[in-house]
Write a protein that binds this ligand. Sequence first.
Ligand code: PLP
Length: 441
Amino acid sequence: MKAEVKTKSLIEQDKEHLWHAMSRYNEKANPMIGTKGEGAWFTDINGDKYMDGVSGLWCLNLGHGRKEIADAAYEQMMNLSYFPLTLSHIPAIELSAKISELLQGSYTTFFSNSGSEANETAFKIARQYHTQNGNQGKYKFISRYRAYHGSTLGALSATAQANRRVKYDPAVPGFLHVPPPYSYRSLFGGDAQESDLLAADYIEQVINWEGADTVAGVILEPFISGGGVIIPSKEYLKRVAEICKKNDVLLIVDEVVSGFGRTGKMFGFMHSEGVQPDIITMAKGLTSGYLPLGATAVNSKIYEKFKENGVDNHLRHISTYGGHPASCAVALKNIEIIENEGIVERVSQLGQSILGELRDLIELDKVGEVRGAGFLYGIELVEDKATKTPASEGAMGAIIAACKNKGLIIGRNGDTVPGYNNVLIIAPPLSSTEEDLRFVI
Ligand code: PLP
């Protein structure tokens, strides 16, 4: 079949048979069909080349084509193709120990396949922990507006972006939402740090109003990513951690995006000294997107309650493919590369200078704020700097299309409340070359 005819027939099949994520049917008129990737770049079916400025879905941290990672999967598949984690296998054991070491505490990990599942697992563990600790009534979770924690019903209930939820409500009972530490549009007043600390105190207020004996956990990303790259002051997470501790509420940190170097530290929570979360969830950068894997790491204090023998205290939770041997082998190789190539330090150093350059955009009329950490950037666009009226849908779409025409893929914050979808998002692969990064800027 001639290449042109083949492309046409693929597009027809795509339109009829392949359901795209988060996309309207009419957006499929001219689908971007990727065919080949190399480093931070990919080629589509028309032979056009693009720099992937959002690392796929913020996951392709080491870029395309790492042979060592592919080899690790191949070798593992040939050696032990599948093995369930009702039993055990070596890559999962080694990976769980490695995760504990990276978290700089004593952690036990439950593996799944995705970030959503990692968060669902965290909610189940938290509720069961409190029950086994004699606090049956502690079942509620607090998360922040603008947060995204996943697409399955529990994780979606923790998600607080109206448009993602509206057709799928009612939510799972027991999920409450509070304002984010969003100093650019602060509800609280004061400077950025004061505003963020008041946002933290609001969490305590809600715990008091609801009754601490009903609240199981707080779930948050160290830096809100999909909700518009919101970077609180370092004190915010410290204050939230203190509030959680005081009220016997578990601190669940969602590191699905921020984990494994994205923000210039191995984990995002490490920007706030002295914070040691109770539960940490991971996915994406855990395997750099090469294979699916989710992980829920639980502090030994929590795991203690699941250890006692002869009592009905085991976690009734299972995932057929969670902790697949090949995914664990890929994660181990991915982490080895991150360590050997000093990726986290590189992101920390280069990230500062890129942020500095992107901040020059603030001179432009429509740039309200430029935020970032490591290789994660958000550019908030407004119609008017004084009123902070969000940039229109049309303006946002035009900028993204203009970047695409120049060969750069960038994103915007999720499908949130209309009119507040005005943050451009840039999150290049952590292994991008300096030339790639210059292209983005
Ligand atoms: N948590 C955060 C912060 C995310 O950004 C995402 C996905 O984008 C998830 C959880 C859900 O991960 P997954 O899509 O792997 O289920």
